[in-house]
Design a protein around this ligand. Structure first.
Ligand SMILES: [Zn+2]
Length: 314
C-alpha cells in the first residue's frame, strides 16, 4: 500500500495569487522587507491582516516561539507563509502548534516546500529536518508573479534544486508509480522551461517536483551536496555537480538531460576545503538520503565522486 500526502487545496497558474480569497484576520509571515512585501500584499488583495516580517534566513525554533507567544491571543483565522523556505517553515510549525490553518505562498521556487510535510528549523544552532503530516498546507498558492523580482542567481539555483529533487525522487527506493509519474512530469516541465527559456513554467514544475519527491525522498545527489553547503555553497548550486555525478553513478535515465540542464544554466566548478576522506565520512552518515538510493554506496564511491565533482569530471 502507498500513501500520498499533498495540501488540501492547490491554487496555481496565472492570477492564482490575486484571484485567491484569503481569510480575514490572518497573520502573514515573511522575510521580505516592507517595501517588497507591501507590493506582494497589494497584488494578493488581502484585507484585515497582521504582519510578522522578522523571520531570519534559516530560522530557529525561537522565532517560531516568538510568533506563537505574540499572536496566540489574537484569534487568528490562519497563518500565511509568504516567502521562501524560511517563511514557510516558520508558518508550518507555528500554525501546527496553534492548530489553525496554514496557507503557503512560495515566492522563490525550487524547494517545493509548499507541497511537502517537511519543515527545517534550527534547534540550538543546528539545522534539523522535521517531517510531520500536520505540516502540510491547508492551501498552497503557486504563481509565477514573484519571478520578476527575483535575482537571476537565486532563480538558477532554485530551478536546479527542483530538477535535482524531481530526478532523485524518481530514482528513490521510497517512490512508487504515483511519485514517479509526478517526478517525471516535473522534470519534463522544468527541462522544457530551461532549454526553451520559459522561466514562467518553473513554479509549476517545482510544484510537481514537491508532490513527487515529497512523497518519496531525494537520494545520493543531496547526500553529497551537504558537505558543500557546510562551506557556504548555495543548495541548488551544489546540486548542479552533485546530482549530475550521482545520476552517472546510479545509471539514472535522467543523467544526460540533467547534465544538459546544468550546462545551459552555467554553474562554476565546485571546490571543497575539507579533505575528501573526512567529507566522505560525513556523507556516509546521511542514511536518510543514502538508504533510498537505488544502488548501495560505499565510502570509496563517495571519495571518488567528490574527486570527480571538484575536478569537473561530470
Ligand atoms: Zn533540495
Amino acid at each position: 500500500m502507498y500513501t500520498i500526502r499533498i495540501p488540501k487545496i492547490i491554487k496555481f497558474g496565472k492570477n492564482a495569487l490575486s484571484e485567491t480569497e484569503y481569510p480575514r484576520n490572518s497573520l502573514v509571515v515573511t522575510t521580505a522587507p516592507p517595501e517588497v512585501s507591501s507590493k506582494w500584499l497589494a497584488k494578493m488583495g488581502i484585507k484585515d491582516y497582521l504582519l510578522f516580517d522578522k523571520v531570519e534566513p534559516e530560522p530557529s525554533i525561537e522565532t517560531v516561539q516568538k510568533v506563537i507567544s505574540e499572536y496566540k491571543s489574537k484569534n487568528l483565522s490562519a497563518i500565511i507563509g509568504l516567502g521562501g523556505g524560511s517563511s514557510q517553515d516558520v508558518t508550518k510549525y507555528a500554525a501546527t502548534e496553534l492548530k489553525i490553518p496554514k496557507i503557503l505562498i512560495p515566492t522563490t521556487f525550487g524547494t517545493g516546500s509548499e507541497m511537502t510535510t517537511y519543515c527545517v528549523l534550527k534547534f540550538e544552532g543546528k539545522k534539523k529536518l522535521l517531517q510531520d503530516e500536520r505540516f502540510l498546507a491547508d492551501m498552497a498558492v503557486v504563481d509565477a508573479f514573484f519571478l520578476a523580482g527575483t535575482p537571476e542567481a537565486i532563480i538558477k539555483n532554485s530551478v536546479c534544486d527542483a530538477c535535482a529533487q524531481a530526478t532523485e525522487g524518481y530514482d528513490s527506493k521510497r517512490g512508487n508509480e504515483f511519485t514517479r509519474s509526478m517526478c517525471k512530469a516535473a522534470f519534463d516541465v522544468l527541462y522544457d522551461a530551461i532549454i526553451d527559456d520559459k522561466p514562467e513554467n518553473y513554479p509549476y514544475g517545482s510544484m510537481l517536483s514537491g508532490i513527487g519527491f515529497g512523497n518519496a525522498s531525494t537520494t545520493l545527489g543531496h547526500a553529497l551536496s551537504y558537505v558543500f553547503s557546510n562551506e557556504g555553497v548555495p543548495h541548488g548550486y551544489s546540486l548542479s555537480s552533485c546530482t549530475t555525478v550521482a545520476h552517472r553513478f546510479n545509471k539514472s535515465i535522467f543523467y544526460e538531460k540533467f547534465k544538459e540542464v546544468v550546462e545551459k544554466l552555467k554553474f562554476d566548478r565546485l571546490s571543497l576545503k575539507i579533505p575528501f576522506d573526512k567529507a566522505a565520512d560525513i556523507v556516509m552518515t546521511d542514511k536518510g538520503h543514502l538508504d533510498p538510493n537505488p544502488i548501495p554506496v560505499t565510502k570509496d564511491d563517495v571519495i571518488q565522486l567528490l574527486q570527480d565533482i571538484t575536478n569537473g569530471r561530470l
